[in-house]
Write a new protein. Sequence first.
Length: 255
Amino acid sequence: MVELKTDVSIDAMYEAGQVVARALTAAQKAADVGVSLLELDEVAHDVLREAGATSPFLGYRPTFAPTPFPAVLCVSVNDAIVHGIPTRYRLRDGDLVSIDFGAELGGWVGDSALSFVVGTPREADLRLIETAERALEAGIEAAVVGNRIGDIAHAIGTVCRAAGYGIPEGFGGHGIGRRMHEDPGVPNEGRPGRGMRLRHGMALAIEPMVIAGGIDTFHPAPDGWTLMTDDGSRAAHAEHTVAITDAGPRILTAR
């Protein structure tokens, strides 16, 4: 069941989304050679505390997870795609880092992610990240009243496949609002003109993920949470929470 949000509710989701934006900005700024992933998690946690918000990530346990998620920030490094648990690992020069964060404020949730390189970047990593961002932009451009979920999926997939990258099989975006994961699902590849029609008041987390090696397969790390590329190639992730409105898509987690 899809809940259509009122304009007042969308404004409230924007406030939650801005907490997410501030946390991601702060965590990216703090990320440097020698900084631990746990330290990045604490930076994001500080933003939550200052805003009086809570984390939809902390303690979350979907059916695939062996344990509740132990942090407020997902940090995935190099060949980790998503859901990375912050550890004592200290960032090294050239690491490709994807951070994913959510916040709940006033009963509404925002969710967003970005990828970047610490220190000296590889040209291949910059291309990978830029493709994830372009795919996100294409998905958002397709998120207009009257289009369908398949139009978003097709826009994302077209950008990713044209660049020669893989798309993690079975993972994509989702509806969002009072809970982090709501209907409908938003695949990162699909046929245009298919799926649920988009209406004013829908809110979606649109989140392309790309694998540099061109494969779509992955496996869980021993922690049961982190998803790793099967071929060891690097991955990137980009995400925004977006409201579908009659005036066009509104990015609620804009930084």
